[in-house]
Design a protein around this ligand. Structure first.
Ligand SMILES: [Zn+2]
Length: 174
């Protein structure tokens, strides 16, 4: 501390906090934006959407919080959208990032909304999940919300089945 006055010390600490805040702000991702009409706008670079658990709890229902922030799974046939056949776009319930289109939704008879492809590979993230055997977890690229899992027993053309929790999604009818 030699040579540092109290005031200089506090100034230095303040600068450190500012640096930390800036480094958080620089945590950015590139996702494909879709406008309100569901039209693809192209790749945009946005800040990661980061909130504390307390902030998420204020914004989400307990069920939404459990699924998206605690990797919970809704019981089959109990969540929204598994039986939704309307045309539109499914967005992340946490951050509104566009995730799936009704164009790629199919009847999986599982009780969960299922898609053979996301609207853009950039908008999701996958990770190994070894909690029940080996599965691949699907998350929102912008806010890291847990969405569900992807399996390789889906229909053509991709052969993939994105098995989503409807609770993690928000449907926009188009
Ligand atoms: Zn999100």
């Amino acid at each position: 501390m030699a040579g540092l006055t109290r005031r200089q010390l506090f100034a230095a600490l303040g600068a450190g906090r500012l640096l930390f805040a800036n480094s958080l702000r620089q945590s950015q991702v590139s996702v494909v934006r879709f406008d309100k009409a569901g039209v693809r706008q192209g790749l945009v670079t946005v800040d990661k959407y980061v909130l504390s658990d307390e902030e998420w709890k204020q914004r989400l229902s307990p069920r939404q919080f459990d699924v998206t922030r605690r990797a919970g799974t809704e019981s089959p046939f109990t969540g929204p959208y598994w039986n939704n056949h309307q045309h539109g776009l499914y967005r992340c319930v946490c951050c509104s990032n566009a995730l799936f289109s009704s164009d790629t939704k199919f009847e999986s008879f599982t009780g969960w909304p299922s898609f053979w492809e996301p609207v853009a590979p950039e908008n999701i993230e996958t990770a190994d999940d070894n909690s029940y055997g080996v599965r691949i977890e699907v998350k929102c690229r912008r806010c890291d919300a847990h969405l569900g899992h992807v399996f390789d027993d889906g229909p053509k053309p991709t052969g993939l089945r994105y098995c989503m929790n409807g609770t993690a999604l928000n449907f926009e009818r188009l």
